[in-house]
Design a protein around this ligand. Structure first.
Ligand code: GUN
Length: 279
């Protein structure tokens, strides 16, 4: 019988721990503020940003909301980031992605001060992760490590396979698993015979962006399966990159969608905001 890894419950525990820590910081006269910038009205982004602000309110972090019009120019956005970089009252800056096509996403990310880059997307923070330095780590992969640890799943010496090589999930995920002494393989769209590789995985992290792509034929008996995907199926119900019904009976532990990785991303964003006080 497989175990369902309850990301909702684990993220609640983390948020309660952070709430207590923020109360202590407040007693020392320290407050935390996160600037949240959204450009345009992408419906999914609206939901994510709303959830991030809700989490801030729960934990005791002030969220400063910047809702910019779709037509906002790159220059205007860069100006706002520059202002927030220089504002001592702002600890963290989050620019919700994706940005409209006329704005260069990378330019915007690199404009955020690495000390305020609570998303962990800036090159300096990615580089720090790579060489074992101090810095912010991307929230989704960080949340997955926390899910594994708090579920009593050890990573050391395990065959870890990551499906997907994005800057936000796949690449930092592989670096974090390596940092935890896993043996890591990254598969992507050009990988030949993916199944022969995923079937070797003790821990399989799926971040490929294709609804229900991974079924039982990808999975070694007893593997731990982590699903990063989130999609709406034909019936408008949420589903992941993993076909849960088919895959779960072959796994020892698996994350559901929703209620798996998603809530952990927000919990780790809050963790990074709290960490910003010490940077
Ligand atoms: N869009 C999808 N995921 C993320 C994330 O983790 N951070 C930001 N800023 N935008 C996103």
């Amino acid at each position: 019988m497989y175990k369902i890894i309850d990301g909702k419950k684990i993220s609640s525990e983390i948020k309660d721990e952070l709430k207590a820590r923020v109360a202590e910081l407040k007693a020392e006269g320290k407050s935390i503020a996160l600037a949240v910038i959204q450009v345009g009205n992408d419906p999914a982004s609206l939901v994510y940003v709303g959830n991030k602000k809700k989490a801030c309110a729960y934990i005791g972090i002030e969220s400063l909301s910047y809702e910019l019009q779709e037509q906002t120019t790159e220059e205007e956005l860069l100006k706002l980031i520059d202002k927030l970089n220089r504002d001592d009252k702002v600890n963290g800056i989050l620019v919700q992605l994706p940005l409209p096509e006329h704005i260069d996403e990378n330019k915007v990310i690199q404009a955020i001060s690495p000390k305020k880059d609570v998303d962990g997307f800036h090159m300096q923070n990615v580089g720090a992760l790579c060489v074992g330095g101090e810095g912010y780590v991307s929230c989704t992969p960080l949340g997955i490590i926390e899910l594994l640890k708090r579920s009593g799943i050890s990573i050391e010496g395990k065959n870890c396979v990551v499906l997907g090589r994005s800057n936000i999930v796949g690449k930092p995920m592989s670096l974090l698993l390596l940092r935890e002494n896993g043996t890591v393989t990254v598969c992507h769209s050009r990988t030949q015979d993916i199944k022969s590789i995923t079937r070797q995985a003790d821990i399989l992290v799926v971040a490929i962006g294709k609804p229900r792509f991974v079924d039982e034929t990808f999975i070694k008996e007893g593997a731990v399966v982590i699903d990063v995907g989130i999609h709406r199926n034909e019936e408008n119900k949420l589903c992941g990159d993993v076909d849960f019904e088919k895959a779960a009976p072959h796994a020892s532990a698996i994350t559901p969608v929703p209620g798996g990785v998603g809530p952990m991303t927000i919990a780790m964003l809050m963790n990074n905001c709290v960490k910003s006080v010490d940077l």
